[in-house]
Ligand binder design. Structure first.
Ligand code: ATP
Length: 257
């Protein structure tokens, strides 16, 4: 992918990003960078501010202070759809429309939308063979080829999450943000889900929030630990697992529970 035509391929970073709800600081002075191609996990106890931070990245929330950069472009005040055009996207739960469609129909629709073919009835769109080919290639990436003609709603939750990721990838992102992708699915399925996520092409940077430390340490190559709305530390899985402050945070949490 050519970085000049896709600025999202450049480093996504934040500079002293803060978000308050009234007098409560959900994020304070968060300065982070996500290197292209990374599998970067955001971890931390409940209420640490991880989801708030992802929402600040996507434009779902406006920061109280600080900046968000994609390469040299200040995207702090861009709308969500403008950030998607720059290559940053997140998954959304399959809505009622997609739930009634087959996997292939859903992905064809998402690819058509990106290509500006929205509003064209599916059957007409399906006559564009290149759209169908692109959708099938995405299904192959997500190991969903065998399910192409299955109705999305009838699939196991883990597979539905993969369809949600296929829909996000249809926007051709260089940065994919995943907020607890394995939440609510059985552990055998979540391992499978992460195996597919880990094997996504390296021109897609993946930033994910995950509570299951087994999955985090198996699939992340970079980990940021947030506590109380701030970054406690960041490093490789080996550095994070050896950090006594991290152990303290999680031990403290366990004792509390
Ligand atoms: N819209 C809002 N209004 C007020 N407070 C909010 C709002 N959104 C989040 N908060 C608060 O900000 C804090 C951080 O929430 P956030 O969801 O970002 O944490 P998190 O690290 O993602 O937690 P979890 O792991 O439990 O999902 C929480 O105390 C939450 O109650």
């Amino acid at each position: 992918m050519n970085p000049a035509s896709n600025p999202g391929a450049q480093t996504l970073r934040t500079e002293a990003l803060s978000k308050s709800f009234g007098s409560f600081a959900a994020n304070s002075d968060v300065s982070l960078a996500f290197q292209p191609g990374a599998r970067h996990a955001l971890i931390g106890p409940n209420g640490a501010g991880k989801t708030t931070f992802i929402n600040l990245l996507t434009g779902g929330l406006a920061p109280t202070a600080g900046k968000v950069w994609m390469g040299d472009t200040d995207i702090t005040h861009l709308a969500q759809h403008e950030r998607v055009k720059l290559g940053m996207t997140r998954t959304f739960q399959i809505n009622t429309l997609f739930a009634g469609m087959t996997v292939l129909e859903s992905v064809v629709l998402a690819v058509s939308e990106r290509r500006g073919l929205q509003g064209v009835w599916y059957k007409t769109v399906a006559s564009h063979q290149d759209v169908v080919d692109e959708a099938m290639a995405l299904l192959a990436t997500l190991k969903l080829t065998a399910e192409a003609n299955t109705v999305t709603r009838s699939m196991a939750y883990g597979k539905q999450r993969l369809v949600e990721i296929a829909l996000a990838l249809a926007t051709q992102p260089s940065i994919l943000l995943l907020d607890e992708p394995a939440a609510g699915i059985p552990s055998a399925e979540s391992k499978e889900l992460f195996e597919v996520i880990a094997q996504l092409p390296r021109d897609v940077t993946v930033v994910f929030i995950e509570h299951d430390m087994g999955l985090v340490f198996r699939f992340a190559d970079r980990i940021t630990v947030m506590v109380g709305g701030k970054v406690l530390t960041e490093g490789t899985p080996a550095e994070i697992s050896a950090d006594p402050r991290v152990k303290e945070v999680y031990l403290g949490e366990a004792e509390h529970a």
